[in-house]
Design a protein around this ligand. Structure first.
Ligand code: GDP
Ligand code: ZN
Length: 307
């Protein structure tokens, strides 16, 4: 029987069969996937084959994993050079950001976009808390312009004033979307709006408001009432930028990608080399200077092997 993984705790998994039945699943033995041997090789979003263990008990064994369309990893908290697959088979990723209380840095946004590019997952950026904006309105307009020119969708929203929520929801319909963002941006508030049943359930169990909802640090997928799924990654502040080399970084900047063939040297890092098409495009404004600054900052970090 085919099933989709909705939750992974590291030891067992919650899966939903193609027929819509829920099971607790476990793995027998070690699996080797994507060249990685891991004790926790299965990610939320995986399509798996399941076999009944004990008829009637509702528990099953995972016997095979389908090839993944894509996947996203995070760096291990214990070891920067190790990565765990947190979710797979994504249609898109949605980053929650804020311009105030707290402010999301552009570096953070760009690292997120680059990671998504590296894993071939299209991204949407949602700036929440628009009710707090004064001079930030102009900042938003500038950021929207900059990111939309290079192909990203940028939205604004105020959960507080219930403004723009329907538009964000419309982008989630019938898609598998990874929700991401550093703490304080309103991700939990948004999940409580789009999954009211989940919040109610939590209330029932814990007896108090939705607060206890996202204490786990494991990714979990939820079905949206209107079709589609979201994957929440509580406790994961930043996705991993592992394995990106200095040479390939520019490939993950869409506005650089098409110009790479125009540099004088084919191994150009676009920093100090003569005849660099990227630097020329920055100078004439075709590539935004702030994006180039992000590029240089990440290059420095790769140099220091921070990723
Ligand atoms: P998370 O850490 O991203 O899950 O953020 P939360 O959903 O816990 O929200 C963090 C804080 O921001 C809470 O105090 C929310 O009430 C507040 N908040 C969420 N959305 C908005 C908004 O649109 N405007 C304002 N002013 N505050 C918001
Ligand atoms: Zn160059």
């Amino acid at each position: 029987m085919q099933a989709t993984v909705y939750k992974s705790t590291g030891n067992w998994y919650v899966v939903k069969s193609s027929g819509g039945e829920w099971f607790n699943a476990r793995l027998l033995g070690k699996f080797k996937i994507d060249g990685l041997t891991s004790t926790n090789p299965i990610a939320v979003g995986d399509t798996v084959t399941i076999t009944m263990e004990n008829e009637g008990e509702g528990s099953v064994t995972i016997t095979a994993i389908e090839d993944r369309k894509n996947y996203i990893t995070r760096t291990s908290p214990a070891n920067k050079y190790q990565h765990h697959i947190i979710a797979s088979n994504l249609d898109q990723s949605l980053l929650f950001a804020t311009l105030k209380d707290p402010k999301t840095s552009q570096g953070f946004i760009d690292r997120f976009l680059i990671t998504s590019e590296a894993y071939r997952v299209p991204s949407i950026i949602v700036f929440n808390k628009s009710d707090l904006w004064k001079k930030e309105k102009e900042q938003f307009a500038a950021l929207k312009d900059m990111y939309e020119k290079i192909g990203y969708t940028v939205l604004s929203m105020s959960i507080e004033q219930q403004d723009g929520i329907a538009e964000v929801k419309s982008f989630l319909k019938d898609k598998v979307t990874l929700l991401s963002g550093h703490s304080g941006v309103g991700k939990s508030s948004f999940i409580n709006i789009i999954l009211p049943e989940l919040a109610l359930k939590t209330q029932d169990v814990s007896g108090w408001s939705g607060k206890g909802l996202h204490t786990t640090t494991f990714a979990e997928m939820f079905d949206l009432p209107g079709g589609g799924q979201v994957i929440d990654t509580p406790g994961i502040r930043e996705l991993g930028l592992v394995d990106i080399s200095k040479q390939e970084l520019s490939h993950y900047f869409p506005e650089m990608r098409d110009r790479l063939g125009d540099c004088q040297f084919n191994n150009c890092f676009h920093t100090n080399e003569p005849g660099c098409a990227i630097k020329a495009a920055v100078e004439d404004g075709a590539i935004h200077i702030d994006r180039y600054v992000s590029y240089c900052n990440i290059m420095d970090k790769i140099e220091e092997r921070k990723y």
